[in-house]
Design a protein around this ligand. Structure first.
Ligand SMILES: N[C@@H](CCC[C@H](N)C(=O)O)C(=O)O
Length: 289
């Protein structure tokens, strides 16, 4: 690789991303390159990478090009591909605004989980329509340090296991993925959320993300937690006909999640661009040898 590659760094509630603008999809980003860029000591550092590509230029997004000009080609920090990243969509929308690709109003973003609509509010927060949660019947348990909890299976385009615990410290160091059982419930791995109550419709969460480790926030995870908490609390907007809102505190800040009677979920929180620069192509070549 010889041409210099532009990058930006951004975060949403401290779920941080390396952003690589590549409208015509000309940059090769194999898993080793993504992992090198996301490395916090030898690279730029990030929980994941947002490859910004025109939908028409990406084989996985071409079919969505009529609805959404831009495709969020999201990768986890270890280089693996994931279906969706909620905080990523907010930061992606902020990038499109920062780069002058969009000015105001609703912004459609193509993702592997379908087209999502982001809205940048006057106060600067970004709201994303996350679609509906799926609640598969198959359930699992999650264990840490000799404690085991039932975990609610929630799919937000990507898989989540939501465990209600007494104390967030019971989740332990989270240096490794928390074991779950039976393995067949999550054949592709899972994001695990540990949840405590903070008040009425207000919870706090720690999360271990598939492909990234413990992160300071996870948007799809916060939505999964809000839905799991609502059902645990006996609340289902499809039954009551009234939207329900949960405040979800994550180590990196606060997300507000609303589930509507039609099942649609909206997530609101900050999205920030913090830096921009150029990747040394020689370094990237050597990092991926
Ligand atoms: N941080 C993201 C989720 C990213 C994908 C996840 N690690 C997976 O593998 O499913 C979010 O904000 O939703």
């Amino acid at each position: 690789m010889s041409t210099r590659i532009a990058f930006l760094k951004g975060h949403g509630t401290e779920n941080d991303f390396v952003i690589v603008p590549d409208p015509e999809n000309t940059i090769d980003l194999p898993p080793a390159a993504v992992a090198a860029l996301c490395d916090r000591r030898a690279g730029i550092g990030g929980d994941g990478l947002l490859h910004v590509v025109r939908s028409a230029a990406h084989p996985e997004a071409r079919a969505m090009a009529g609805e959404a000009e831009w495709f969020m080609d999201y990768r986890n920090g270890d280089g693996s591909v994931a279906e969706m990243c909620g905080n990523g969509v907010r930061v992606f929308a902020r990038y499109l605004q920062h780069a002058g690709h969009v000015t105001e109003g609703d912004i459609a973003v193509a993702t592997r989980g379908g087209v999502k609509t982001a809205h940048i509010a006057k106060d600067g927060d970004v709201t994303v329509g996350m679609g509906r949660a799926i609640l598969p019947e198959a359930q699992a348990t999650v264990s840490v340090d000799g404690r085991t909890w039932p975990a609610r299976n929630v799919n937000m385009g990507n898989p989540h296991a939501v465990a209600f615990v007494e104390d967030l410290d019971h989740a332990g160091h989270l240096f490794t993925p928390p074991p779950f059982s039976p393995a067949a419930v999550y054949p592709d791995g899972v994001n695990v959320e540990f949840v405590v109550d903070r008040g009425l419709r207000h919870v706090a969460v720690r999360v271990h993300e598939r492909g990234s480790g413990e992160t300071r926030s996870c948007g799809t995870g916060a939505c999964a937690v809000a839905v799991a908490a609502a059902r645990r609390d006996g609340v289902d907007p499809a039954v009551t006909g009234t939207p329900v809102t949960y405040t979800v505190d994550v180590p990196g800040g606060r997300l507000v999640i609303t589930e509507r009677p039609d099942g649609g979920i909206e997530m609101t929180g900050p999205a920030v661009i913090v830096a921009e620069g150029e990747i040394d192509p020689g370094w990237l070549d050597s990092a991926t040898l």
